[in-house]
Ligand binder design. Structure first.
Ligand code: NAP
Length: 272
């Protein structure tokens, strides 16, 4: 038997006894975003058994109610085993829009284990009047774009894991902002540590104090980090906007925490 066949059999047998609703019916939330935290709070408040899964890369993650597990599952097979052995009733993939691997693992594992999956993916940012955005695919393209447009003083808001493609830029100075400290920053960068939330006034002041002419950011979407875009617009700072990576096709997707909660309730109600 292939691993997925074995698991499929286990999953079907688990529900074949006619016992009806599993008492706990735990819901797994793949976390790493403010939406994941908000969803865990809502599900817990409505009496659901929620398990939040964190990748374990942030040293001081936001507190949330319910159960919390940390670290990778060990690929698709590891996630299949976890879903089955913990009797997970539904999965909400609320990982970050730039998490490029986990959504694909979630799709494969949930399909193999027969567990319903919903992707919670907030809307991307869209340019408004007065915005001058250069959309690029990936960080290497962003580094090429800042060379091409003659940027000199760049606010790099892409996170500490995303600095390497810019380390070889010889004509730019970077102010690199990240939630976690950067252990050994490249020579062309000054780093600052900040997890927000950010205000437009503070972002405007940062841009002015460092004479920033270009902002590089991932199109994360959401309110928490949007202030830099308004400040860039006010200051006439160009924005190099990294487009989101692709998502697995065919996964039911919602954009708000409320919709995700309603999806969970519908799935659990169908099971009972
Ligand atoms: P990724 O490339 O999609 O995933 C890499 C590996 O990390 C996965 O294969 C998985 O390991 C593990 N992983 C990811 N999310 C996990 C979760 N919620 N629970 C348990 N394991 C998880 O993800 P990433 O870009 O490295 O991001 C890691 C985490 O940081 C995610 O939770 C994401 O939501 C959050 N985050 C990412 C960004 C970003 O820009 N990428 C920004 C803010 C927050 P196994 O294969 O061993 O299961």
């Amino acid at each position: 038997l292939r691993e997925s066949d074995k698991i499929g059999r286990v999953a079907r047998n688990a529900g074949a006894g006619g016992e009806g609703r599993t008492p706990a019916a735990p819901v797994l939330v793949l976390a790493g975003t403010a939406e994941a935290t908000a969803l865990a709070r809502r599900l817990h408040a409505s009496g659901r058994d929620v398990v939040s899964s964190l990748a374990g890369i942030t040293s001081n993650p936001t507190d949330r109610p319910g159960r919390v597990r940390r670290g990778g599952f060990g690929g698709v097979d590891g996630l299949i085993s976890y879903l089955v052995s913990h009797g997970i009733a539904a999965v909400v993939d609320a990982t970050h829009p730039f998490a490029a691997v986990m959504p694909f693992h979630a799709q494969s594992a949930c399909a193999a284990a027969g567990v319903p999956l919903c992707r919670l993916l907030r809307e991307p940012w869209r340019p408004g009047d007065g915005d001058e955005w250069i959309d690029v695919d990936g960080l290497d393209a962003a580094a090429a774009a800042i060379e091409r447009i003659g940027a000199r003083r760049v606010l790099l808001a892409t996170g500490r894991q995303s600095l390497a493609p810019f380390a070889t830029c010889e004509r730019q100075w970077f102010l690199a902002r990240s939630i976690e400290a950067v252990a050994d920053p490249p020579a062309n960068m000054t780093t600052i540590q900040d997890r927000g939330p950010y205000t437009v006034e503070a972002e405007r002041a940062l841009i002015a104090a460092h004479e920033i002419d270009t902002l590089v950011t991932k199109n994360a979407g959401g309110e928490a980090t949007a202030a830099k875009l308004a400040a860039a617009r006010d200051a006439g700072v160009r924005v190099v906007m990294v487009r989101r990576p692709s998502q697995p096709p065919g996964v039911y997707t919602v954009t708000t925490v409320g919709e995700a909660q309603r999806w969970v309730e519908a799935v659990l109600t169908r099971r009972s």
